[in-house]
Structure formats: C-alpha cells, structure tokens
Design a protein around this ligand. Sequence first.
Ligand code: XMP
Ligand code: MG
Length: 182
Amino acid sequence: MSTPTAVAGLEILFSREQIHQRVAEIGRQIDQDFAGERIILVGVLKGAAIFLSDLARNISIENTFDFVAVSSYGKGQRTSGAVRLIKDLDAHIENKNVIIVEDILDTGLTLCFLRSLFEQHKPRSLRIAALLDKPSRRLEKIDADYVGFTIPNQFVVGYGMDYAERFRNLPDICLMPPDFPE
Ligand code: XMP
Ligand code: MG
C-alpha cells in the first residue's frame, strides 16, 4: 500500500524520519534550557498543530498548550503586511515561560506581531520555535531560538503545512511545484 506522500506524488524535502529526529533534538534542547521550570507552548494555527503535538511529546519538563490564530492581509503584494489576530490566547502568560511554536518563519511579519503582542502580557521568558526558516524572505529583524531546518525560498507542504488547505496530513515535508493545479 502506498504512503500518503506517494499518493500526492510530491518530491520529499525532509522525510518523516529526518523530521522526527530533528524534533527530538529540539525537545532535548528545550529540556536543557528550561530544566526545573515549566513552559507553555503556544501554537500558531493551523500550520504548527502537528509540529506542536510532536514537539510536546519530545519535551520531558512539564508543559501545557495554547493556540492562537492569525490572518495576514495582502501578503506577497504589500510590504506593510498587516497581521490580524483571529483567535487570542486562552492562557494567562504573565510571568510564564512561553515558547511560540510556528511552522515557518518566512517574512517574519507574523512572529513580530505575535512577539510584541505577547510581550505586553509580561511573560517571564518568550522564545520562538520554528520548524522551518526561510531567511532569504525576511522583511523583519527576527530570528527563532529553535529552528528545525533552514530552507531556500521554496514553497513546502505536509507535516501541517498546506496548499489551499490541502496536504497538511502528509507525514513528510514536500516541495510544491509552482505549476501545481489547485
Ligand atoms: P511570515 O511571512 O509572516 O509568515 O513569516 C509565515 C507564515 O507563512 C506561511 N508560509 C507557508 N506556508 N508553505 C506553507 O504551507 C510555505 O512554503 C510557506 N511559507 C510561508 C505559513 O503559514 C507561516 O506561518
Ligand atoms: Mg502558519
């Protein structure tokens, strides 16, 4: 029986094995960095949902989850790139160790917006974990504290990431050809 990736017929950029190994490494790093403390993982819906669920299971220290959702206007057309909050935090993050968990750090507009929003709540610490980083696309000065893989400017899907909501379920991270039909 063929795997979901083979069904979609897309080229694999990072296999499920490579992803799982890297996520485990990030989990161990977070355990070391926050030894003896608790953390809140805040996932950015929907792209980071699968990364968050795997990352959380690779972290041994006590952790809880929350999620936010954002939408951006005029992306790719306007450099102003207004980001709007669709779903706010449920948790109180004041004086807590917060790690924002995102699928891709691209222009940086989304994470800059979330970082300044969360800073207003005066967390004890605020870090960013991004599964993928596309530094060549950056418009804002922002870096992630934990990065899975750095990639060139290529559109990717799978492991939570989508093309018009499709392919989030693929276990591997795959390349989306520019001419792919909707
Ligand atoms: P910014 O530009 O604000 O946006 O850093 C990050 C968000 O852009 C989306 N994004 C992608 N989604 N494949 C995707 O499925 C990609 O190659 C890609 N590049 C950027 C993503 O939602 C991320 O949260
Ligand atoms: Mg996203």
